[in-house]
Structures are given as C-alpha cells and as structure tokens.
Design a protein around this ligand. Structure first.
Ligand code: PMP
Length: 458
C-alpha cells in the first residue's frame, strides 16, 4: 500500500466515523468513502491519490477566477493582521465592508446601490424573505406576505432558502415549505415542454405567475423570486419568450422581483449579472459564490434604491449575522472584484472563451446518449436519454451518476442532476482546457453508453 493510499484510507475512516456530510447519501458514503481533494491550481484539482482532475464545476459554481490566486491569500492575511474581526451591528462598521459595498454597487445594475451582507447565499435568501415582508409592512401593506418561487428552483438550504426553493426532496424533510410561500412551474422546455414549441412553452410557464398572483390575490403577494438561469435544478435556460413575458406580468402588479444571482452573478453568463444578460431590472438580488470566488464564505443582498429608501425610513431592521460583512471575507471579495475587473475576465469569457466552450460542447450533440446540449456563457447542460426523438430516459438506472463516476475516474468533474450532466467551469478556463473538458466528457459518455449496453446484454 502506498503512502497516499494509507492517508486516503485514514481520511475516509474519519469521514465514516465523525463527519455528517452535506447533500450526501450516507449509506453510499459509508460504503465507498468520499474522494479526498487535497489541493488545486488554476482549473485543476488534485485528490489524495495524486490524480489530477479538471474542475468543470468551479467547486460549487463559485471559483470564478480559478484556484491558487496568491493575491486573495495576501488580502486575507493583511486583513487578519489589521482587524481579523469586527461586526457591523449597533452603529459600527469597518473599512473592508464599506469599500466592498461600494465596489459591488459599481458593477451592479443601475439604481441598485445598497448592499446587505450575509455569510452565504442561503442567509441572503433568508434576509430577502424578512426584508421584503418588512418593506411591505413599512409601506402600510402588512398583508403582503407571500413569496412566489418556482418548482425545482434552488435558493439554499436554510429554512427560508429551502422553502423558497422548489426541490421536492428538500421539502420532504423537516416539514417544508414554511407557510407563506407558493410555487409555480419551471420553464424547463426539454423536460416538460411536451409538444409545445419552446416559445409557446415559455409563455405558458410565465403565465403561471400571473395565475398564481390572481389566485393568491395581489394584495397578499410580497415578491417573486427566481434564478435568471436555474443552476442546481439542471442549468435550465428559459425559452427566449419567458423573461419578457414575466417582466410584462410583473409590471402589471405591485410586487417585488428578487433575482437570485448566487450562481449567475459575477460573470457566469458573460455579463456581470444574469439580470444584465436578460435585462431583468430586479428590486433585490441575492449574491454569494463568485463574490469571493469561493475562497472564503460570503453572501449578500443588493437592494434597489427605492426599496432601500423605505427601509431607511423604517427604524431598526432587526436582522443580521455575526459574520455579516466579515472583514476578512470583505477584503478577499474586494481583491476578487479587482482581479475580475482589471484582468477583464468577464469580458474575455463573453467574447472569447464562452463562445468556444458553447461551440465545442454542442459537438457532443451527435453522441447516441445525448438528447440535448444547451448552454450559455460559462454554463452547460447535457441531457442523457435513451431515445433522442421521444426524449425518453433510462428510467431508474441512475445514468447521470454512472456518467459522473466515470468522469471522476477519468479526471473530470461534471455534476449529475438526475440524468442531466452539468458544467460551470472557472471563468478563466482557457481554450486548451476547454478542449480537455470536452474530450474527457465525450470519453465518459462513451464509457457510460458501453456500461448501459453491457447491463442490457446481461
Ligand atoms: N441560491 C442559489 C441560486 C444557489 O445556487 C445556491 C447554492 N448553490 C444558494 C442560493 C445557496 O447558497 P449557499 O450554499 O451559499 O447558502
């Protein structure tokens, strides 16, 4: 047994004995043990066995500028020496949080120049829930309490986050959703559009919002929350007709619009925010992930000035976290934003590398297992099917997980959402690394198909 093997076994034993992992099947984890990731550089990870792996998911959609940027390490170290912690409660503040709030609003859509900091995206959405209800109470409409989210949307794992999201597996545990939250269907044409054209389906899905508002009563509805592109739900890119129709509906009713930009924010679509890409003009935007490139936890809510104005006149907002705007996280966030801006990383993705990624990904469309390849910016999805014409799946065979496991074994992270493979690489991925990603993806699709054929032969 090599030294690496014994270290891996040691860590895997610790996992089994002491660690309750997030979003993991505990039975499977105990049987096989986790893969132990030990270091990273650029767009690559290394595991404890020394295998080099291309990280097609940028961690969990977050490592925008890639791994190993010393500038972020230095920023954290400097801030830890200067002021490792102080809070923003009770009329105190510190320079990094204020400077970061300013820097964020420089890149945010016009008219959104206020930021509330949190420790994560989930806390951001918990903040959203309380903030929009508080806003309506201050406006003299306390009955406007209900938030509308979407089935299969993802807004985090806290009680409010998981309730706003529409993941049935999450609702099944812990008695969710909490009251005061309603859900409408998602704009997932490939999976749910049936015989409709994408355009007609997009209109239908948007109209569900209006129906829900009418059913609940406009005077009861506080806000609609949605990801510009659903990430965890399977990189669901709405038909072109969807967002314009949603905007038209929102303009008719007096409710707030919350864009959850936790994945789309900070360049994933090739624009600073998904709301820029689709011209959404939201009232609030939840942020996290790319804000610090995941080097340190941080989230927040960017708030439109008209909303901030009402809050400003409302006395105390009785809400906040010990780590809201943590100075070390804020210093790292500032440095991350500086790098994104000065190195023009988002512009380069938009004009050079994302178009190349999209072109190369679509070459996989000819693979027998692939029903659809879709993508936008640095996001992609590959639908695995049994029959391309009918879009029917390999029911119950866990094809996505089979493919994901082949990917890991062959040096690529692609995530499986059911039988949809998804990617969201660091924004700094190069042309050569995109070639590596697509070639490895094809090889893993081949291996997946072969394993399915072997299963049928048996
Ligand atoms: N919103 C969206 C759209 C997300 O994708 C996520 C995380 N994947 C969250 C919220 C929750 O963020 P966090 O895990 O930082 O709490």
């Amino acid at each position: 047994m090599s030294v690496n093997d014994s270290r891996t076994q040691h860590w895997q034993a610790l996992s089994g004995e002491h660690h309750l992992a997030p979003f993991s099947d505990y039975g499977q984890l105990k049987e096989k043990g986790p893969r132990i990731i030990t270091r990273a550089q650029g767009v690559h990870l290394w595991d404890s066995e020394g295998q080099k792996i291309l990280d097609g998911m940028a961690g969990l959609w977050c490592v925008a500028i890639g791994y190993g940027r010393e500038e972020l390490v230095d920023a954290a170290q400097r801030q830890m020496r200067e002021l490792p912690y102080y809070n923003l409660f009770f009329q105190t503040a510190h320079p990094p949080a204020l400077e970061l709030a300013h820097a964020i609003t420089e890149v945010a859509p016009e008219g959104m120049s206020h930021v509330f900091f949190t420790g994560s995206g989930s806390e951001g959405n918990d903040t959203v829930l309380r903030m929009v209800r508080h806003y309506w109470a201050l406006k003299g409409k306390p009955q406007k309490q209900t938030l509308i989210g979407r089935i299969n949307g993802y807004h985090g794992s806290t009680v409010a986050g998981a309730s706003l999201g529409g993941m049935s597996g999450m609702h099944a545990q812990g008695g969710l959703p909490i009251p005061g939250i309603a859900h409408i269907p998602q704009p997932y044409w490939y999976g749910e559009g049936g015989d409709m054209t994408p355009e007609a389906f997009g209109i239908w899905a948007a109209e569900q919002l209006e129906q829900k508002i009418l059913e609940l009563g406009e005077d009861q509805v506080a806000a609609f929350i949605a990801e510009p592109i659903q990430g965890a739900g399977g990189v669901i890119i709405p038909p072109d007709s969807y967002w314009p129709k949603i905007k038209e509906i929102l303009a008719r009713y007096d409710i707030l619009f919350v864009a959850d930009e936790v994945i789309c924010g900070f360049g994933r679509t090739g624009e600073w925010f998904g709301s820029d890409y689709y011209d959404l003009k939201p009232d609030l935007m939840t942020i996290a992930k790319g804000l610090t490139s995941g080097y340190i936890p941080m989230g927040g809510v960017i708030v439109r000035d008209s909303v901030a104005q009402v809050l400003a006149e409302g006395g105390e907002f009785t809400h906040g976290f010990t780590y809201s705007g943590h100075p070390v996280a804020a210093a790292v966030g500032l440095e991350n934003l500086r790098i994104l801006r000065e190195e023009r990383i988002i512009e380069r993705a938009r004009t050079e590398t994302a178009p190349y990624l999209q072109q190369r990904l679509r070459e996989l469309q000819d693979h027998p297992l692939v029903g659809e390849v879709r993508g936008l910016g640095m996001l992609g999805a590959i639908e695995l099917v049994k029959d391309k014409a009918t879009r029917s799946r390999y029911e119950g065979q866990g094809v996505g997980m089979i493919c994901r496991n082949f990917c890991f074994a062959n040096g690529l992270v692609m995530r499986a959402v059911g039988d949809t493979m998804i990617i969201a690489p660091p924004l700094v991925i190069s042309h050569e690394e995109i070639d590596e990603l697509v070639e490895k993806a094809r090889r893993c699709l081949d291996l997946t198909l072969q394993s399915l054929e072997r299963a049928i032969d048996r």
